[in-house]
Design a protein around this ligand. Structure first.
Ligand SMILES: [Mg+2]
Length: 195
């Protein structure tokens, strides 16, 4: 498979799901981040398993471990869902992150060996491992064209993080790149829902 096949898939699948992505954008408040997400509320609306992106959702780009407030949120989620129903679905499942989770949340599993988001493969694997229907799985991601699109493609539920964690001091080039990428996505899908 081409190394950037998932990027091309983002464009083609993104066009197919442009109305849904536009609706997600319209309905997501600009201050959304994980700390504002009450796990009890998610469970109350039928969510039984979580698929979490890492970069931007649990920490800024390139960080080896979640931020302290993200760790606290993971603990809250663990008490509601159980750690064996929480998964990390990142396009960059680095070894350092895997080791950190093994030491701190050993039951939270990394999904690897699947095609990258927006392909739905990772969410299908979450469904199998959690024994949960895809409609009860929440994909939490700060990118419309990767995680949110993967959720739409798989039939899972997307939750768009519009205020991602960022550290321009730590990774100035990567953070600037992804800031522009996210802004580009929002610009496109703001109007795309009317196409
Ligand atoms: Mg991300």
């Amino acid at each position: 498979m081409l190394p950037f096949a998932h990027v091309l898939a983002g464009f083609t699948l993104g066009f197919t799901f442009r109305k849904e992505l536009g609706r997600i954008l319209r309905e997501t408040p600009s201050c959304s981040s994980i700390t504002g997400l009450a796990p009890e509320h998610l469970a109350a609306v039928g969510i039984t398993a979580l698929a979490l992106d890492f970069d931007g959702v649990l920490a800024p780009h390139g960080f080896p471990e979640p931020l302290p407030e993200a760790r606290e949120w993971l603990i809250r989620c663990s008490t509601v869902f159980g750690t064996d129903r929480i998964f990390i679905l990142s396009n960059k499942p680095t070894e350092a992150r895997r080791i950190w989770f093994r030491n701190h949340f050993p039951e939270i599993r990394f999904i690897s060996g699947v095609r990258k988001k927006p392909y739905p493969d990772g969410l299908h694997k979450v469904g199998e491992l959690a024994h949960a229907p895809l409609s009860a799985i929440l994909m939490v991601d700060d990118r419309l064209l990767t995680g949110c699109l993967a959720a739409l493609t798989a039939g899972a539920r997307p939750l768009y993080i519009r205020s991602p964690y960022r550290s321009f001091r730590h990774r100035p080039l990567a953070e600037t790149f992804f800031m522009l990428l996210r802004a580009g996505e929002r610009f496109f899908f703001k109007g795309a829902s009317r196409l």
